[in-house]
Design a binder for this molecule. Structure first.
Ligand SMILES: Nc1ncnc2c1ncn2[C@@H]1O[C@H](COP(=O)(O)OP(=O)(O)OP(=O)(O)O)[C@@H](O)[C@H]1O
Ligand SMILES: [Mg+2]
Length: 331
């Protein structure tokens, strides 16, 4: 099995955004009781098999927003990998940057969604843990306007130096650079990824992740730390509180409230936010408008089961922005 050539057509098709990171299959169970682990059996009412992982989610949503998006990551040579490829092939996302691991099975994630829409993951990273510098081809950067690292702390063989090199190469070619992150499962600490900050046009962690890295309690102080370490702009996602944003264009920083949307499943909310933010930024929008659009895309996404089924088009998100109410902003 090979991911090469199975997608939309590679660099010659002129990708705008390259998303590098986790590629897996999400098996989504709903509803899952909060006391699952103390029960012998719990019955789910629904189950879905959906390709996912941060890089896939971002690329799928970007594609729905009208961006030519590519995904780079690693699968196993197995039935799960083939399901992922089949779904991606139908999505319009360029998969020429996918590689197949000889050593690891495809990543699989059990997504357990509680009745209130919050969720827990049991993740097997698989091929993603095997994605190394030799798997990344510089040709993937050809012509792209933005490169997004789906999650720092998730690419075991690339974190720190490898990610830094990809972003440096992207910037040399004039692309904007974006990175989100995951919790620090491999125990690298901020020391392990701090060197990446100067290569980032936009750093977009969640509040808990930013607190872990910075040791700070307030979004303003967290952002100050990452800006001081070299990130050009910082966007801290605050769940239903929206986002805190700070950068040269907005030196005082500001909070952008989320929308008051029904919540079915928050899986991938962060990825939808990042995809929305990237798309608006590529439209030439400033920090405020990009954060608004990102909040809207993410709020649309939490209304639907799965990580990339909510956003269907740019027009849909724009219509949502005009019609939906805002939640109160949190600091
Ligand atoms: N309950 C909610 N209602 C409306 N919007 C929400 C809700 N939860 C999250 N969002 C939107 O999703 C965005 C990202 O959510 P969050 O801050 O949880 O990011 P994250 O922790 O990176 O997410 P993920 O769990 O996908 O990694 C928020 O900034 C907000 O726009
Ligand atoms: Mg996140």
């Amino acid at each position: 099995m090979t991911g090469r050539g199975a997608g939309r057509g590679g660099a010659e098709a002129g990708n705008e955004v390259l998303c590098v990171g986790i590629v897996n299959l999400n098996v989504v169970f709903k509803p899952v009781p909060a006391d699952l682990m103390s029960r012998d059996v719990a019955l789910a009412e629904s189950i879905e098999y959906l390709c996912g992982g941060d890089a896939v989610n971002q690329a799928m949503v970007l594609s729905k927003l009208g961006r030519r998006a590519a995904v780079a990551g690693k699968l196993g040579d197995d039935a799960v990998g083939r399901m992922i490829l089949e779904q991606l092939s139908e999505s319009g996302v360029d998969i020429s940057g996918l590689r197949v691991s000889r050593a690891r099975a495809s990543g699989l994630c059990a997504v357990m969604v509680r009745p209130d829409g919050s969720r827990n993951f049991l993740a097997f990273r698989g091929g993603t843990e095997d994605y190394g510098p030799e798997d990344f081809s510089g040709a993937l950067l050809s012509g792209v306007r933005a490169v997004s690292i789906g999650s720092m702390f998730a690419l075991k063989r690339l974190d720190g130096g490898g990610v830094e090199n990809i972003l440096r190469a992207a910037r040399k070619r004039g692309a904007l650079t974006f990175a989100d992150m995951k919790s620090d499962t491999y125990g690298l600490g901020y020391r392990g990824i701090r060197r990446v900050m100067p290569q980032l046009s936009y750093f977009l962690p969640s509040r808990d992740e930013a607190a872990y890295l910075s040791g700070e309690r307030e979004p303003r102080a967290m952002a100050e730390r990452f800006l001081a370490d070299g990130a050009a702009n910082v966007v801290i996602k605050l769940g239903d509180g929206g986002a805190y944003v700070r950068g040269a264009e907005e030196p005082e920083g500001f909070c952008c409230a989320a929308y008051d949307a029904p919540v079915v499943d928050t899986t991938g909310a962060g990825d939808n936010f990042v995809a929305g933010f990237i798309s608006a930024t590529l439209d030439g929008k400033g920090l405020r408008e990009s954060a608004e659009f990102a909040n809207a895309a993410a709020s649309v996404s939490v209304g639907v089961l799965g990580a990339h089924g909510g956003v269907r088009s740019r027009e849909q998100v724009e219509l949502f922005m005009r019609s939906a109410a805002k939640r109160g902003a949190h600091g």
